[in-house]
Ligand binder design. Structure first.
Ligand code: SAH
Length: 186
């Protein structure tokens, strides 16, 4: 039996927090996995805003999931999320890196990822949760991972609590994805 993946732990933490009627954001739609999951947690009375800059990703997700309540898709960078989403969001999910079945050259980048993470914290309700699955293994991924790590370290511990789930020591044959989850305390 293998350890659960970072994405599975993210779902576990999110499921514990979300209730029907809540609002959530999928900051990196990709294949729409997280959008669908969030929609199932918040139900028809909730709302999920999904962002991606790849037309193919948004088109595919629209086809799979439909662009109707509770889901709204936005072909727009997650760094713009504050122009679309109002504060009081219960969960924001990021799945960094590239879309495996799409254009692998379109990767999330620190210069937009970090502003988007900051925007997410502005939008979070008290008790809300931000999950970030970090992929250090692809070109550019390690730089992004380091910058995200630095950003998390600088958060005010009175306002936010952060946890980390990922491989320990040198047990992984190559850099594996890991999860950072941040809770807004007040
Ligand atoms: N690495 C994950 C999938 C990540 S998908 C896995 O292996 O399963 C990451 C998604 O983020 C891609 O679909 C990409 O188009 C999207 N993306 C990249 N930059 C973005 C931005 N600035 N705003 C919103 N989405 C972005």
């Amino acid at each position: 039996m293998a350890f659960p993946r970072a994405t599975e732990i993210a779902h576990l933490l999110v499921k514990q927090r979300l209730q029907p009627g809540d609002r959530a954001v999928d900051a990196t739609v990709g294949n729409g996995h997280d959008t669908l999951f969030l929609a199932s947690c918040v139900g028809a009375t909730g709302r999920v805003d999904g962002f991606d800059i790849q037309e193919a990703a948004i088109a595919n997700a629209r086809e799979q999931i439909g662009d109707s309540p509770p889901v709204s898709f936005h072909l727009c960078g997650h760094e713009e999320m504050e122009t679309v989403v109002t504060p009081g969001v219960k969960v924001v999910m990021f799945n960094l890196g590239y879309f495996p079945s799409g254009d692998k050259t379109v990767i999330t980048r620190p210069d937009t990822t970090l502003p988007a993470l900051a925007a997410s914290l502005n939008l979070l309700a008290i008790g809300g949760l931000l999950t970030i699955v970090v992929y250090p293994g692809h070109p550019g991924g390690n730089d992004e991972a380091l910058q995200v790590g630095k950003w998390v370290t600088a958060l005010d511990p009175d306002l936010f609590r952060a946890v980390h789930y990922g491989p320990a020591g040198s047990s992984a044959p190559s850099p594996s994805p890991y999860l950072i989850a941040i809770e807004r305390r007040e």
